[in-house]
Ligand binder design. Sequence first.
Ligand code: ADP
Ligand code: ASP
Ligand code: MG
Length: 425
Amino acid sequence: MALIVQKYGGTSVGDTERMKNVARRCLAAQKAGHDVVVVVSAMSGETNRLLKLVAQITDRPDEREQDVVVATGEQVSIGLVAMAIQAQGGKAVSFLGHQVRIVTDSTFSKARIKSIDAEPIRAALKQGKIVVVAGFQGVDETGSVTTLGRGGSDTTGVALAAALKADACEIYTDVDGVYTTDPNVCPAAKKLDRITYEEMLELASLGAKVLQIRSVEFAMKYKVPLWVKSSFTEDPGTLVCEEDASMEDVLVRGVAYDRNEAKITVVGVPDQPGMAAKLFGALDAKHIVVDLIVQNPSRDGRTDVTFTVAKSDFAKAHEVVKQAAQEVGATGIEVDDAIAKVSIVGVGMRNHSGVAAKMFQTLSQEGINIQLISTSEIKTSCVIHTKYTELAVRALHTAFGLDAPPAVTANPTVSEVDALKGQKA
Ligand code: ADP
Ligand code: ASP
Ligand code: MG
């Protein structure tokens, strides 16, 4: 007998019929002899709807109050899923984040989990119940509701699996595993049987929203065997796991893109010690996470500093930087939110040269201008104009030999997802 944590995303609980399907799957796992903990997201589109309501009230929401609103989507889902299990003859109980003490820090809208009290869950499992936990939400030390960032139910699932020392964590979504790139953008994408934690971490942090980055960090740290599967098929899915020798044979495992960033350039920064510290210190003081940073060589004692931030932090970052740029005596600021970051990822890149050059050639052959470049041991990223995102992803996918043979691309889950696209969160 094993303890399994299953997480179902927004599309998987998108309507009551789908919730009944989730209930059937949970009961089947229990019938197979397992203890089952289920984490559910808000119904698809619900979190966006709640955020729109907030935006109708104010364009500068109080972050604590915004979390109070957006956390409600998951409350509806857990109650309905628990009742769907009961209606099929099973025993189930639902818990909100604070009821299982998912304690986080107080960084509203992107809080980090600090601890979980597994006892109420263990007690309910002992009584033969399926435990249904709200994803995405926690509670800080002062009792305020917090949320874990978009896609945060993945992290709830993996963190619970780690806290309960579960035998497996299964993330059920609307595609049947992790693909070489987003199958909804590139029809030739191939499903991977296995991917290393490290590669998945890079893909997630570079925009592959199939798993939230924090969930992969948790899985890697606590060695949680992590599966990504479809809630609509019986496909075994993809296992995210430790690297073994054979996995290094592949040069590029996948291609990711991210359209959720914006670019800010501080022009004419005096080329003196301490300037970058002042600019980025001001952003850090407001908890703004900076991604790529590029500083040009100085000319006439001045330099330009360009960096990217999440679009959700763009307005705040712009304001902070305006002030900081004045303080350091910079001559101006330029902003651009029509950008996308495309990236290639693979552990095999560690031991091979020429990968970045091939990426640049591929983009150049498509007439795509590269605005910024960033590399690390196992990835290369280029910032380009957002209008070229799909073209760049497909061209890179082909150039690095990732395209599936035509017969394999007929994927029922993907076409089902296409039909659902309008409903997605
Ligand atoms: P859920 O609501 O179940 O959490 P998400 O929409 O957050 O689902 O994540 C699943 C989506 O992730 C897929 O529909 C797909 O468009 C996208 N995606 C991006 N990159 C990948 C990838 N490499 N493999 C699989 N899916 C990906
Ligand atoms: N409902 C939240 C979101 O849409 C969390 C999640 O689905 O993982 O981002
Ligand atoms: Mg998700």
